[in-house]
Design a protein around this ligand. Structure first.
Ligand SMILES: C[C@](O)(CO)[C@H](O)COP(=O)(O)OP(=O)(O)OC[C@H]1O[C@@H](n2ccc(N)nc2=O)[C@H](O)[C@@H]1O
Ligand SMILES: Nc1ncnc2c1ncn2[C@@H]1O[C@H](COP(=O)(O)OP(=O)(O)OP(=O)(O)O)[C@@H](O)[C@H]1O
Length: 268
């Protein structure tokens, strides 16, 4: 069985407080985008995991796909499988690629082996694998709270717009990005700002990680400005970086300055 775990972007990201467990509470809208990996699972005599495409840092047995398999194996009678991941979504990019792989692995195993796990339970399993993982179970635009794993419906619909993602070919560690953050409750809740017309977002919708990361990596601020120069209606960094995205009214002729980066464009 073959699935295509996709990335997400964050429409706004406010880090509101540090929690007793060391994590941070946040407000954000997670929005799925089509930049995708490919994950194939077939029954086999013994368990194996392989990957191709972009090299993934860390041991193979620490891969989130393997962790997802082991998590379900602890509770269900799962047969051995051969798992193969073709990695396309940039890593350490704020696009939640690893989290998507984990969530899609859970969904795939549940379906393929008819485990009968419902969506709420799948989200609970996903939460154990990472803060971003649970979002990818339903994989639809959501207002996210707490660790980014508690969801409320929100009427944000970008259908018909175009998105251009720019990964500047260097990774940023999520843990390090959080360590540099000074949490703060925003005066106006992000939810309220997101419900206003997209033309207002440029002056209202903020990703708090930009404040600490742009001074360290001025290139990120430059790319954001270049997205606006190319007529983005809204541009921002996604998650804890390093990817920048722009939302456009029409397809974009990719600016020349982006030729050294990994770029991806699609209609939303
Ligand atoms: C930046 C975001 O992508 C926004 O969508 C996410 O908050 C990151 O989620 P993630 O990559 O799934 O993060 P995890 O794998 O759960 O955690 C990685 C590290 O990020 C920090 N972390 C993560 C999520 C969170 N709400 N607070 C945190 O402080 C912790 O130091 C943690 O050890
Ligand atoms: N299948 C996987 N794909 C990518 N990274 C993985 C995977 N499994 C484990 N990892 C580990 O997770 C780390 C970060 O992965 P990921 O690409 O999801 O981060 P990110 O782009 O910063 O996403 P986020 O938005 O969740 O912060 C990698 O450095 C890698 O060591």
């Amino acid at each position: 069985m073959l699935v295509f775990p996709n990335a997400k972007i964050n429409l706004g990201l406010r880090i509101t407080e540090k929690r007793a467990d060391g994590f941070h509470n946040l407000q954000s809208c997670f929005y799925p985008v089509g930049w995708s990996d490919a994950l194939e699972v077939i029954p086999a005599d013994t368990f194996s995991f392989t990957s191709a495409g972009l090299p993934i840092p860390g041991d193979l047995d620490k891969n989130l796909c393997v962790k997802a398999y082991n998590l379900l194996k602890a509770d269900y009678d799962l047969p051995p499988v051969q798992m193969h991941l073709h990695k396309i979504i940039p890593i350490g990019a704020g696009l939640g690629g690893g989290s998507a792989d984990a969530a899609f692995a859970l969904k795939l195993l549940n379906e393929r082996f008819e485990l009968g796990i419902d969506v709420t339970q799948l989200e609970d399993y996903a939460r154990k694998l990472g803060s971003d993982c649970a979002f990818f179970i339903r994989n639809e635009p959501m207002y996210c709270l707490e660790k980014g794993d508690v969801f409320e419906k929100i009427a944000v619909d970008l259908s018909g717009y175009y998105v251009l993602l720019v990964y500047p070919n260097f990774a940023i560690s999520t843990a390090e990005a959080y360590a540099a953050i000074k949490p703060r409750q925003p005066e106006i809740a992000l939810r309220e700002q997101l419900l206003a017309p997209i033309e207002t977002w440029r002056t209202t919708i903020h990703n708090d990680f930009e404040d600490s990361l742009f001074p360290t990596y001025p290139l990120l601020a430059e790319i954001k400005q270049q997205l606006y120069d190319a007529d983005a209606v809204y541009a921002s960094m996604s998650g804890s970086g390093s990817t920048l995205y722009g939302i456009f009214n029409a397809p974009v002729i990719v600016p020349n300055q982006f030729k050294y980066y990994s770029v991806w464009q699609s209609k939303l």
